[in-house]
Design a protein around this ligand. Structure first.
Ligand code: SF4
Length: 129
């Protein structure tokens, strides 16, 4: 499946058999090689397997490009500081995948809340693994 290897290299899946409605803790995802929170207080969590290759993210954010090998989007960095926050939020909000709920998630590592797209409006991580 395109993008699956990429996704697996970035995140560690939380095993939750039979607990699909359990909220996923953002702090458990992708923190293995992460820079310190005070250096990079934000991160993106990317549902690569649900990217529909619409390319909107790459139009609005320098952090996102279309990978010609996999055919889907790819972030240059997963962890970043304030200067890169706005355009990553733009990418998250522009993403039309999952019926506009989006597959790019910008998370504040200090509060563990999803800043964007936050379709539920409560800061919970809106991934659907
Ligand atoms: S906007 Fe969303 S669906 Fe489109 S390429 Fe970017 S991540 Fe994939």
């Amino acid at each position: 499946m395109p993008g699956d290897g990429h996704r697996q290299s970035q995140i560690r899946r939380t095993p939750n058999p039979g607990m699909a409605d359990e909220p996923i803790d953002p702090s458990e995802i992708g923190e293995g090689d992460a820079p310190p929170v005070d250096e990079a207080p934000y991160k993106v969590i990317f549902e690569a397997n649900k990217c529909i290759a619409a390319g909107k993210c790459a139009e609005v954010s320098a952090n996102w490009t279309m990978d010609i090998t996999t055919g889907i989007a790819k972030p240059d960095v997963y962890f970043f500081d304030e200067p890169d926050l706005e355009h990553n939020i733009d990418a998250a909000e522009a993403c039309p995948a999952k019926k506009d709920r989006g597959v790019i998630h910008v998370v504040d590592r200090r509060t563990n809340e999803e800043i964007a797209p936050d379709p539920d409006g409560d800061g919970t991580l809106s991934v659907e693994w």
